[in-house]
Design a protein around this ligand. Structure first.
Ligand SMILES: C[S@@+](CC[C@H](N)C(=O)[O-])C[C@H]1O[C@@H](n2cnc3c(N)ncnc32)[C@H](O)[C@@H]1O
Length: 268
């Protein structure tokens, strides 16, 4: 039986907040306790104190990574919040669609559904050949979800909002009720592990647009502001930021200009 004492649990929450920028919401502590219980069992630790001891600069990297993975909430699906996606396609894409290349970043991409959705919508808007000018980068702090994004296999549930014509053209059935992204769609997207809290971001070339959806509300205010500033710095002047419509960035002292619900622009 593994033990989770309150003092060590608070220590672990503080470490998660400092290192991943994830403030554990009050209502979510039970879920986190359950997940930490799994980490303890995986490493054969009897109690949380043993785990907390590893959360120091020279602690065991595999334990630290497992704690990060357990703290991240990866829920996502194809064509999530379609209205803001459509605003992006209608308002933003026409401004850069004639370039020979354009770069879009899905920051906190989870298992890749957002990145592939952007690719599919670009194909619908521009046609497959022109859409191939897009380089779509998906990043996430959690290694296992980045691996899943690279694999590109999804269940019918995750694809419930995907039209049949899209499913038939861009996905290969594999196993029972599972679909694999076809190579020509896969080739538009690249996935990497990356911590949004590690600012400034290490990109040599700016993005035309960045999606940062359903992640900021896990961060405390200081990390929200720092993240928005760092994204601003890697977006070209006149470039775009897409957030979730449930997250407002207006009172975070950022220089992003609101354009439509969930759509912001860096001034030119
Ligand atoms: C709810 S998912 C959002 C996925 C997608 N953007 C969407 O809107 O459907 C949040 C993701 O943020 C990731 N995450 C949490 N903290 C992070 C951090 N500090 N840096 C990068 N990704 C992080 C989690 O691993 C998780 O996959």
């Amino acid at each position: 039986m593994t033990q989770i004492d309150e003092q060590s649990f608070v220590q672990v929450c503080n470490w998660i907040s400092q290192n991943a920028g994830i403030a554990v919401p009050k209502g979510k502590t039970d879920l986190l306790r359950q997940r930490m219980g799994r980490v303890l069992r995986r490493f054969g630790y009897d109690d949380m104190r043993r785990l907390a001891r590893e959360l120091v600069p020279n602690g065991a990297a595999d334990v630290q990574m497992a704690v990060m993975d357990a703290a991240s909430i990866n829920h996502t699906y194809f064509f999530r919040e379609p209205d803001v996606l459509q605003s992006f396609m209608d308002i933003a894409v026409p401004e850069f669609q004639d370039r020979s290349e354009f770069r879009i970043w899905s920051a906190a991409c989870s298992s890749g559904e957002e990145a592939y959705t952007i690719a599919l919508m670009l194909i619908d808007l521009l046609g497959a050949e022109k859409a191939r000018r897009a380089s779509i980068l998906g990043t996430d702090i959690s290694g296992p979800v980045v691996d899943r994004a690279e694999l590109g296999i999804y269940s019918r549930v995750q694809m419930a909002r995907t039209e049949k014509r899209i499913l038939d053209r861009w996905f290969q059935p594999t196993g029972i009720d599972q679909f694999r992204v076809k190579p020509d769609l896969r080739a538009m997207c690249t996935f990497r592990r990356m911590n949004l809290k590690a600012v400034p971001y290490p990109f040599a070339r700016p993005f035309q647009a960045v999606f940062c959806r359903n992640i900021l509300y896990y961060f405390d205010r200081a990390d929200q502001s720092a993240t928005l500033r760092a994204i601003y710095d890697v977006t070209e002047p006149g470039g775009w930021l897409v957030t979730s419509v449930t997250e407002t960035i207006r009172d975070l002292g950022s220089a992003w200009e609101p354009v439509a619900a969930g759509l912001y622009r860096r001034p030119k």
